[in-house]
Ligand binder design. Structure first.
Ligand SMILES: *[C@@H]1O[C@H](CO)[C@@H](O)[C@H](O)[C@H]1NC(C)=O
Ligand SMILES: *[C@@H]1O[C@H](CO)[C@@H](O)[C@H](O)[C@H]1NC(C)=O
Ligand SMILES: *[C@@H]1O[C@H](CO)[C@@H](O)[C@H](O)[C@H]1NC(C)=O
Ligand SMILES: *[C@@H]1O[C@H](CO)[C@@H](O)[C@H](O)[C@H]1NC(C)=O
Ligand SMILES: *[C@@H]1O[C@H](CO)[C@@H](O)[C@H](O)[C@H]1NC(C)=O
Length: 278
């Protein structure tokens, strides 16, 4: 028994520390959706140089994942040129960004995407995409994902919340387009925390908007307005929502509300996705 303790205690400590350590250094990114449908693009063949260019591209994005929230790359000669980028949420640590991009660049070539010329993968923390067609500087309305809980806003607050949220988003959109400098570590990123005192109750509203740095300020605003419109279309009765377009992110959360009116499955989460929104 004594021997048992003497030998297993250090072993136990080692595994305990190891799991603690690995847990801290490698956070698990939350996958939302991978797009590589027939609608997006054709397949390439197994032996194509497109495939090796894509490998080079993805590993180059992986290498740069610890340098900042955004990077782009273009690899190879026509017709096998591959364009790619990643964008991390501005409110994450460098480590979370890098962990997410590393995972995403590996996962994006799996399953249905293996021989796809174009794919886009969304995590809660980041997005990664590649394509044979250059997408830099363009605003695109899809594919998008939106994630929100089945936990409704109290109906008494609903219409005033819609107004509060859209006013706040418009303020942040205007502010964001003035923060385009690539020299800043998180360009085009603005977050806000406001206390909302409503007749029916008060709560805290956290809002975040962010554009990909390849957009010019006008297209950054255009992208975020698309996202804001979609949020008011799908889920303003949700207590929080994440809306991700290929070139911009929008996120809000509310805390301190009176208990929610959630008919069933209060903790379940919807992920809505689409190629084009309208
Ligand atoms: C692959 O595509 C098929 C058909 O479009 C779809 O049903 C399936 O869910 C996809 N698998 C993955 C892992 O995305
Ligand atoms: C493209 O590749 C996927 C699997 O990677 C396969 O299911 C699909 O049939 C292919 N499509 C065409 C048109 O070859
Ligand atoms: C991209 O691939 C598609 C599908 O194979 C092809 O029709 C298109 O011409 C390619 N575009 C470029 C710029 O290579
Ligand atoms: C803004 O996005 C639109 C739509 O994708 C594109 O046509 C336009 O060239 C972009 N503007 C700039 C300055 O790149
Ligand atoms: C691509 O990234 C480089 C930095 O690595 C940057 O200087 C350039 O503006 C980026 N291009 C686009 C279109 O985002």
């Amino acid at each position: 028994m004594a021997i048992f303790i003497r030998y297993t205690a250090p072993l136990f400590c080692f595994f305990f520390l190891f799991s603690l350590f690995s847990h801290q250094t490698m956070s698990q990114p939350q996958h939302m959706h991978t797009f590589c449908d027939d609608k997006l693009s054709d397949n390439f063949t197994q032996t194509s140089s497109y495939k090796s260019n894509r490998e080079t591209l993805l590993s180059s994005l992986r290498d740069r994942s610890s340098l900042g929230t955004y990077s782009n790359a273009t690899i190879g000669l026509s017709p096998d040129t591959v364009h790619g980028m990643f964008l991390c949420r501005g409110d994450l640590t460098k480590t979370s960004c890098s962990d997410c991009v590393k995972t995403a660049t590996l996962e994006i070539t799996k399953n249905n995407c293996t021989y796809r010329k174009t794919a886009i993968i969304y995590y809660e923390e980041c997005m990664v995409r590649y394509s044979n067609v250059s997408f830099f500087t363009l605003v695109e309305d899809g594919p998008y994902v939106v994630k929100y809980p089945v936990a409704f806003f109290p109906t008494s607050l609903f219409s005033s919340f819609q107004k509060t949220l859209s006013t706040k988003l418009e303020q942040l959109i205007i502010l964001t387009s003035s923060k385009s400098s690539l020299s800043s570590s998180t360009p085009y990123y603005v977050k806000d925390k406001s206390r909302v005192n409503d007749f029916e109750g008060s709560y805290t509203l956290d809002t975040m908007v962010q554009c990909s740095p390849d957009l010019d300020p006008a297209n950054c605003s255009a992208c975020l307005r698309l996202a804001a419109q979609s949020v008011s279309g799908c889920c303003t009765n949700a207590r929080w929502a994440h809306f991700y377009l290929p070139k911009c992110f929008l996120k809000y959360d509310t805390t301190g509300l009176p208990s929610s009116q959630s008919p069933s499955g209060a903790s379940s989460i919807n992920v809505m996705k689409g190629l084009y929104h309208s």
